[in-house]
Structure formats: structure tokens, C-alpha cells
Design a protein around this ligand. Sequence first.
Ligand code: TYD
Length: 182
Amino acid sequence: MKKIKKFTLKLIKEKNLQFSESFSNSFSTMEVTVVLLKPSAVQRGILGEVITRFEKKGIQIVGMKMLCLTDEMVSEHYAHLAHKPFFGRIKASMQASPVVAMALKGVDVINVVRQLAGVTNGREAAPGTIRGDYSMSVQENIVHASDSPETAARELARFFSESEIFTYPHFLHPCTYANDEL
Ligand code: TYD
């Protein structure tokens, strides 16, 4: 926990990332969120299509890597579901192939990416959302997306080291946001 806090504070300071909901003199917040492209996306060969959705929306990719989730990572990541009878099958599903972890940066991006992902059940997710367009399942629902600033900070530290998060100019920013939104 201490390690996560230190890592988060360092990122906020050095890489201009905000995890808190308030931002002085502004109604919007530059944030970073974590997306996992699950084995259901990797194995179906739709990584490019899903990644393109984030890029087209105007969200900046500041970290991206393929990795196999360890037992510990899955247990931490889905700790809120550990008591559920279906936890074993979720774990197997998340370890069925490598996943792709992405760190995405933008104004209010945590909420924006949750909206792009759609509700958990792919059969109920609205058309136009990632789950609504690509999934027929609750479990095999293509993406994970952080659900709050606190979760995003924890997940960033879980899946990325400091050197794997990048700061670079995003040349589309001037036509993605108004001056006072940044
Ligand atoms: P959850 O955190 O509730 O949803 P979300 O991913 O939308 O934030 O659940 C985590 C994952 O666990 C979910 O994406 C798919 C799987 N899951 C099931 O397989 N069955 C279930 O009944 C639930 C609630 C989740």
C-alpha cells in the first residue's frame, strides 16, 4: 500500500497525472486509467479494433504491454469477487492467454472509458459500446476498465512500473479539447 502511494504521488508530480476528482479552478480533471484487453479480445484477434476506439475518441495511450497475469495479480485485481462461486472460472478466463494492459490519459478519462466499455454483461451493453458491439457474455466481455480514481491508481501500480508510463506531446490535443478544458 505504501509502495502504491509513493508510486502514485511520483507520477502525479513528474508526469502530470491526476487521480483525485477535484482539480483547482477547473471542472475537468486530467486523469489516467487502466484498461486490460482480456483474453477474449486477444484470442479473437480484435485488439486493433478495440485500441482504435480509444485512439479515435482522442484518448492518449501513455503505456501499453502484453503480459500473462499471475495468480497474485488476478486475486488482487478481482479481490471484490474472491468470495463468489464463479471466481475460479473468472481466474481461468483471465489466464487463458496473455492480456494487453493499457494506461490511457485524458480529461475525465476514467469515466469516459467506463462509458466506452459499456455495462458488464455484453448482452445488455448498449450498441456502440465495446462490450455492446463485441461481446455476448458477462465473463468474456473484452475489456476491463478502472472504475474510480483510487482503483486507477492501484491498477496502474499493479500492472506498470514507472519507466513504462510515458509523457510525450499529443499533437491532436489542440483540436481535442478547448484551452480551458486542459
Ligand atoms: P465487475 O467488477 O463486477 O464488473 P466490471 O468488469 O464491469 O467492472 O466484474 C469483474 C469481471 O468479472 C467482469 O468483467 C466479468 C466477471 N464477472 C462474471 O463473470 N460474472 C459475474 O456475475 C460478475 C459480476 C462478473
